[in-house]
Design a protein around this ligand. Structure first.
Ligand SMILES: [Cu+2]
Length: 401
């Protein structure tokens, strides 16, 4: 699989000890921001450089802080040692201006992840980028494309505009006949997305970095909660010179990007056969519910998280936790996320229904978190070997339930 560069992406510099160096720095007049609203960046672009490794390799990143304020980096969705999780004041000291911090870990899972600053609103100001862990085995696609969705800070309008890879309504060049792997990343902190690619029938291949049985997204529509990722396979069946809009929203659809077929290609009448599932990651297939710890959590209004306070519960490593998530508001849906661990929704729906509502609405499989509409939802979280404090994080989204 080859990667065709995207404006704004760059490759990180490598230090003599093999660490890739990433600089958190202000986005000055000399840099090339695609949106004037971002003020910070990794290496001068928003999003920052896409990091790619193959499963089984160590990720070695030296984050240099060239900002005037402290920062730290969180690796969203990756199961990793506690000390690498990037939560200032809990898992590490903040990286002071003019200093650096070395992150080194071996992600156990292949998939689509992302990294971002973990202090205040730095992520919304431009400190985010993609982390791709490639499968060790070849995957049957011609090309991979990362699409990161964000809302520019201070954006007005209802709904606020959605940027794709830092740009407003960019064109994504494609060739007739190729099978693409689209890695969609919702890099917003509070905006759920409902995305639809006109004229194509995407296969949903992975959700939150974990492979799922390939399933056709009904009407080409997929849902992504804040922070979520979906991997799609798309057969580019149209002829050269045509365009296919990618739209966002359910009632008020707005175009956020376009697939632009390069000229000269012939349309493919037949789609390729259904893809094989992506190779599995090392996660347990079953959950021991009988011996699980039952806990309930009420999702209240957003308030500062006291990471050093009394834990919600304490549980032996590897024991399953059967967690009821209660959203009393009935109005807003909440995004709940289990950090450094995976959760699994207990109420399975038929895949056809799942496709109709978008895959993140309740597809079976391991996830980072889920959206909780008014009422009670139940998720199961198995602590898979982090001798640490996985954090549950919930916040209201800006979508009505
Ligand atoms: Cu995150």
């Amino acid at each position: 699989m080859t990667w065709i560069g995207w404006p704004g992406h760059s490759w990180a510099e490598t230090a003599s000890d093999g660490f890739r160096v990433i600089r958190a720095r202000p986005l000055g007049p000399g840099s090339a921001p695609q949106s004037p609203t971002f003020v910070s960046s990794y290496d001068g672009t928003v999003p920052g450089p896409t990091l790619r490794i193959t499963r089984g390799e160590d990720l070695c990143v030296r984050v240099v802080n060239d900002l005037a304020e402290p920062t730290s980096v969180h690796w969203h969705g990756v199961r990793l040692p506690n000390a690498m999780d990037g939560v200032p004041g809990l898992t590490q000291a903040p990286i002071a201006p003019g200093t650096s911090f070395d992150y080194r870990f071996r992600p156990p899972d292949a998939g689509t992840f992302w990294y971002h600053a973990h202090i205040g609103a730095q992520v919304d100001r431009g400190l985010y980028a993609a982390l791709i862990v490639e499968e060790a085995q070849p995957v049957d696609v011609d090309r991979g494309i990362v699409l990161m969705f964000a809302v520019p800070p201070g954006a007005g309008g209802s709904p606020a505009p959605v940027l794709v890879n830092g740009s407003l309504r960019p064109d994504v060049p494609v060739r007739s006949g190729e099978r693409l792997r689209l890695r969609l990343i919702n890099a917003t902190t509070a905006r759920g997305l409902s995305l639809k690619l006109e004229g194509h029938a995407p296969w949903v291949m992975a959700i939150d970095g974990q492979p799922t049985e390939p399933l056709l997204a009904r009407e080409g529509r997929v849902g992504l909660g804040p922070g979520s990722r979906v991997d799609l396979f798309i057969d580019a069946t149209r002829e050269g010179g045509t365009v296919a809009p990618l739209v966002e929203g359910v009632r008020d659809e707005q175009p956020v990007a376009r697939l632009v077929y390069q000229r000269g290609g012939e349309a493919r009448a037949a789609r390729r056969s259904a893809p094989l599932p992506l190779p599995p990651n090392p996660l347990p297939a079953g959950i021991d519910l009988k011996n699980s710890l039952k806990a309930e959590l009420k999702l209240g209004n957003a308030r500062p998280l006291d990471l050093t306070g009394t834990p919600l519960f304490t549980v032996r490593r590897s024991r399953a936790v059967n967690l009821g998530l209660h959203n009393p508001s009935g109005q807003l849906q909440h995004a709940a996320r289990c950090r450094r661990d995976r959760t699994r929704c207990l109420r399975r729906r038929q895949s056809r229904q799942v496709a109709a509502r978008g895959p993140s609405a309740g597809a079976p499989g391991h996830r980072n978190g889920r959206l909780v509409r008014g009422g009670l939802a139940r998720s199961c979280c198995t602590l898979l070997g982090n001798r640490s404090r996985p954090a549950l994080r919930g916040q209201p989204t800006d979508q009505a339930a």
